[in-house]
Design a protein around this ligand. Structure first.
Ligand SMILES: *[C@@H]1O[C@H](CO)[C@@H](O)[C@H](O)[C@H]1NC(C)=O
Ligand SMILES: *[C@@H]1O[C@H](CO)[C@@H](O)[C@H](O)[C@H]1NC(C)=O
Ligand SMILES: *[C@@H]1O[C@H](CO)[C@@H](O)[C@H](O)[C@H]1NC(C)=O
Length: 525
């Protein structure tokens, strides 16, 4: 091997830069002294307070993640972040992704007012004082697309019929802005919206022949879709201009099918739709008579667009969490339920008449007009509900037991998946055993995921409440230690802990809420 080559290899191995860095090429521009090399990890620049400035100078589009080594969300983001960097590198995009260890760089976290991890900021043209907060999704494709829509244009410029038709054909939903003057403020509004609406594809044109082809004479945003009516127009208000909020709502409602089939792919869209009323048709898709009901259901949908979202739930698919949430059994299909997502009030049709466009319409009007009372979930009262020391309560016997004026009733409201509930279960059993001969004391439990109460809503698990004997429907919240000794003191002392004993709030782990449990996100529907 050539000895010079060997030397270069050796130098490279030792991490010394090769001869190129030392002697400027003949006639080449005289180079600045080599700046510090920024280290990389999985395609991500690793920055500190000395190298951030350099990275900003070198990269006109730079996304910086402030992370903490102990932060779980940061760990979850890391592989997606690296994949996003790889996606962009594969397109030879100029955009670079970087990270800063926040706790190790207090000066940077102070400068950029980082208060939580991860925080991501997007820097353009090396502008250190005016970064944009990253608001996009936390997956690789989403991150890459969010950046593309900022570095490039967020809408494809369309010049002729051919490319316009190709764009429309390429996706389920395509949004095209037809503007006579591309310098207009409305165009900026349109492009800004397109920057964040990552799940839709956008086009933009000012060509008269395209206005003509699509039958337009005025500035209009057109949503083309491969389903339902195929196209929906949003004319720009000539006086008020384009309102981003109105357009956003229009696109959201019109990009959804009139009738959406519930599944893991559509459910995020259903929840993001900001349409508070949902009408659900539960059917068994394998049965022809059930499928035939879809026609009438769909026929009823158009007048309610934007007001009531029509959803079909297949009882045969993996939708048991939805069925459970509504208290619907597979054998109960076909059946309708209505829910207001804000109040979580649920409604069921009064009669079991045939499911037709007319009966569906009438049911919606009845709910929206306040003519039907919401229903509450309840299991059936088990025949042996009072046979064990811990009594089993459900929605249907709760009122009668809890508010019995001759009894002091102590109730555990639990969720089957809640770990704190499982931890305290033995103490609850012991408590019930200990007081089973006290005629006036009832120790009970209620599965609050399957039973709803008119008196109050249970938000965290476990929730412990004491219902003292006597009139007035008194309810006392129990927030102390969950052990036999403290429970007993509380009972013996008539529903409060003795004053001389300082209660230790911290000894009772706070109730688990469904939000951070690993269970099905049942509060979603
Ligand atoms: C950074 O951006 C802001 C807002 O666009 C601008 O006012 C400022 O002059 C820019 N600073 C630099 C150094 O380019
Ligand atoms: C749906 O109907 C088919 C055919 O009758 C039946 O075998 C199946 O068990 C039903 N699915 C459910 C979840 O009830
Ligand atoms: C849920 O949140 C509570 C209160 O913030 C916390 O104590 C508990 O450990 C969390 N549970 C899980 C499973 O993360």
């Amino acid at each position: 091997m050539d000895s010079q080559l060997l030397l270069v290899l050796l130098l490279l191995l030792l991490g010394v830069s090769g001869p190129r860095g030392q002697e400027p090429g003949p006639g080449g521009p005289s180079e600045e002294p080599p700046e510090e090399e920024i280290p990389e990890e999985d395609g991500i620049l690793v920055l500190n307070q000395h190298t951030l400035g350099l990275a900003l100078r070198e990269h006109p589009a730079l996304l910086v993640e402030f992370y903490a080594p102990w932060c779980g969300h940061c760990k979850a983001l890391a592989p997606e972040y690296s994949k996003a960097a790889a996606l962009l590198a594969a397109e030879s995009a100029q955009t670079r992704l970087a990270k800063v260890d926040g706790p190790a760089e207090p000066e940077l976290t102070k400068e950029f007012a980082v208060t939580e991890y991860p925080t991501l900021k997007f820097f353009r043209d090396g502008n250190r004082t005016h970064s944009e907060e990253y608001t996009g999704p936390r997956d690789a494709k989403g991150i890459a697309e969010w950046l593309r829509r900022r570095v490039g244009s967020s809408a494809t410029r369309l010049e002729d019929e051919e490319s316009t038709q190709a764009l429309i054909d390429a996706q389920e939903v395509v949004v095209i802005g037809f503007f006579q003057d591309l310098q207009d403020e409305d165009v900026a509004t349109f492009l800004a919206l397109a920057q964040d609406a990552l799940d839709m594809t956008f086009g933009l044109t000012d060509r008269p022949q395209l206005f003509q082809k699509f039958g337009l004479t005025k500035d209009t945003v057109v949503l083309f879709k491969k389903f339902d009516e195929g196209r929906a127009d949003f004319p720009v208000d000539e006086e008020l201009g384009l309102d981003q909020g109105d357009l956003s709502y229009f696109l959201l409602t019109h990009s959804l099918r009139l009738v959406t089939e519930y599944n893991s792919e559509t459910s995020p869209k259903i929840f993001a739709a900001k349409i508070l009323n949902h009408l659900l048709l539960f059917i068994n898709q394998t049965l022809a008579p059930h499928r035939e009901l879809l026609a009438g259901f769909g026929e009823a949908a158009p007048p309610f667009r934007g007001q009531v979202l029509f959803v079909v739930v297949d009882v045969g698919a993996d939708n048991s969490h939805v069925l459970q949430y509504f208290g619907v059994k597979a054998e109960g299909a076909p059946t309708l339920r209505f829910i207001n997502m804000e109040t979580t009030k649920k409604y069921t049709p009064a009669d079991g008449g045939p499911l037709t466009a007319d009966s569906v319409t009438a049911f919606c009007h009845a709910v929206l007009g306040g003519k039907i009372k919401p229903y509450l979930l309840s299991q059936e009262v088990p025949p042996d509900w009072d046979q064990r020391p811990v009594k089993t309560l459900v929605g249907k016997n709760f009122e009668q037991v809890a508010f019995d004026e001759t009894k002091n009733v102590f109730i555990k409201f639990y969720a089957p998946w809640c770990t704190h509930c499982k931890e305290m279960a033995p103490a609850w059993e012991e408590l019930a055993e200990k007081y089973k001969d006290h005629e006036d004391i009832v120790i009970a439990e209620l599965d609050a995921t399957a039973n709803e109460l008119e008196a109050f809503t249970v938000h965290g698990f476990p929730t412990l409440k004491y219902f003292p004997a006597g009139p007035g429907r008194k309810v006392i919240e129990y927030n102390s230690a969950r052990d036999l000794e403290t429970f007993s003191k509380f009972l013996d002392n008539g529903g409060e802990l003795p004053a001389e004993e300082p209660t230790e709030e911290s000894s009772a782990p706070s109730p688990e809420t469904p939000a951070n449990s690993t269970s099905e996100p049942k509060e979603e529907l």
